[in-house]
Design a protein around this ligand. Structure first.
Ligand code: ADP
Ligand code: MG
Length: 256
């Protein structure tokens, strides 16, 4: 039987209260098997990042349950959530979140430092991750003195250094030009293929989504079977059925 790494059931999340309340997720369920690549797709504001933060245990749902590796996240203490997140998850976000004045190596080994790994091992594993991303010559550089593509590779090295089961990527190519974005995508899918790392990728890029094993379409906080209209990037031919849209919904939004 396939092993389930993440199981989210009927997730609800609202922001604000009273008249200012906004229901960002209205009952989304998602089960992810080990080694899968899953795209979470939808227009801006559809709830993609909210869902990803909840799946990654960075935020808690108002209703619904998240099970990680068989453990109910709501029953874990804060410290255990942090440990699980640090051990099992890697993060690749659009905005990089690198510490500007720290060196590239210091940025990459941060998850190991949090996990209490000693200095020598940190440095060895950090350098190994940087070599894998062909950035070992930049180890001593300040993180600020890098191009966008190099920064995103540093972020991937940091996501990898803990040997995670799952990498969460939120618009990982959103700030990159097409060619650099392609390189970053290839690295992520290489990790999925060669190391069996599960990928959960939030994107509004239909081409990137199509490279994943499976696509989850969000609209106004709910999952929908119909692919959103083809967008700026990589518009598909009118009428084409996106892989994973198993109801045969078409690009025009006409449900079969
Ligand atoms: P996406 O990633 O698909 O663009 P988000 O999950 O970031 O969407 O946001 C979904 C909706 O929730 C948006 O309308 C957004 O404005 C709202 N939202 C997100 N975060 C907050 C917050 N911290 N406070 C209030 N509203 C929020
Ligand atoms: Mg977002």
């Amino acid at each position: 039987m396939e092993s389930v790494v993440l199981d989210a059931v009927d997730i609800h999340k609202s922001y604000g209260t009273g008249a200012g309340r906004f229901d960002a997720l209205k009952g989304v369920s998602l089960r992810v098997a080990e080694g899968e690549s899953v795209a979470i797709v939808g227009k801006s504001g559809s709830g993609k990042s909210t869902l990803m933060h909840i799946l990654a245990l960075l935020d808690e749902p108002d209703e619904g349950t998240i099970t990680v590796d068989g453990a109910d996240a709501a029953k874990l203490r804060g410290r255990d959530v942090n440990r699980l997140r640090n051990r099992d998850f890697g993060f690749v976000f659009q905005q990089f979140f690198l510490i500007p004045n720290a060196s590239v190596l210091e940025n990459v080994v941060l998850p190991l430092k949090i996990a209490g790994v000693g200095a020598k091992e940190r440095s060895e594993r950090g350098m190994a991750a940087l070599r894998a991303l062909e950035l070992d010559d930049k180890a001593k550089n300040k993180a600020t003195n890098l191009s966008g593509g190099q920064k995103q590779r540093v972020v991937i090295a940091r996501a990898l250094v803990n040997n995670p089961k799952v990498i969460f990527a939120d618009e990982p190519t959103g700030n990159l030009d097409t060619a650099t974005g392609q390189v970053v995508e290839d690295i992520l899918f290489g990790l999925n293929r060669d190391s069996g790392i599960t990928l959960i990728i939030v994107t509004h890029d239909t081409e990137l989504a199509a490279r994943c094993d499976r696509q989850i379409y969000l609209r106004d906080g709910l999952e929908t079977d119909v692919a959103p209209p083809a967008n700026l990037h990589g518009a598909l031919p009118a009428g084409s059925v996106l892989p994973g849209a198993d109801t045969g919904g078409t690009i025009e939004g006409v449900t079969a």
